[in-house]
Design a protein around this ligand. Structure first.
Ligand code: MD6
Ligand code: FE
Length: 199
């Protein structure tokens, strides 16, 4: 079943419990090779979310701004895209291209992500596909201008959201995590994977 939240299509329970567990293993392998880091925002504040990436490009941020890079801050190329994430993109994205970047966000119980637009990519015809694993997260979606009305949904483990078409530049963010709402990750927390075409 899918629901529309402010133009973002959320495929509820898209992933079986088994698929979720396999995807977590694929993410763990990536994180072992390309450790999570806490980027600095252009303001100089550190994000509360820890992140890493897989694929040709990874998203990163520091005082110089938000951007994609071909290497992890430690200088290595990003590991290959997790195969299950690629399958999910091909299922739901509805475009001929494959994604070039898989951003991996890790939220502990206190992490959140402020309202933002995804606008560091070259082709806004390409959607963003977002996969949720672990603890539930309150996802807020507004319009393409800051300050308008917003709608919220609790994203659960196994849900897949597609932000494309007229919603591609909608503001969105994570208000909070519901700690211990899932048993997928033994130490709790939430993993979010976002897949994108970059250039
Ligand atoms: C998150 N997601 O779910 C943060 N961006 O943790 C995003 O920032 C996001 O879910 C673009 C499209 C879908 C998303
Ligand atoms: Fe985003």
């Amino acid at each position: 079943m899918s629901v529309d939240v402010g133009g973002i299509v959320v495929h509820l329970e898209h992933l079986t419990a088994e698929k979720q567990a396999v995807l977590v293993e694929q993410v763990r392998r990536i994180v072992r090779a390309a450790p999570l880091f806490r980027p600095e925002m252009p303001s100089g504040r550190k994000m509360s979310v820890r992140m890493t990436s897989a694929g040709t490009f990874g998203w990163t941020s520091d005082r110089a701004g938000y951007r994609y890079e071909r290497q992890h801050p430690n200088g290595m190329d990003w590991p290959p895209m997790p195969p299950i994430a690629l399958d999910i993109w091909r299922d739901v994205a509805g475009v001929a291209r494959d994604p070039q970047s898989c951003l991996i966000n890790f939220y502990d119980g206190d992490a959140k992500m402020g309202l933002h637009q995804d606008r560091d990519e070259a082709d806004m015809e390409m959607p963003v596909v977002s996969i949720s694993l672990g603890d539930e997260a309150l996802f807020r979606v507004g319009g393409a201008k800051r300050g308008g009305k917003t709608q919220s949904i609790w994203l659960k483990s196994g849900d897949v959201a597609v932000m494309g078409g007229a919603a591609r530049l909608n503001y969105h963010g994570i208000d909070r995590i519901r700690a211990n709402s899932s048993t997928l990750l033994p130490n709790g927390g939430r993993i979010n994977l976002t897949l994108r075409c970059v250039d």
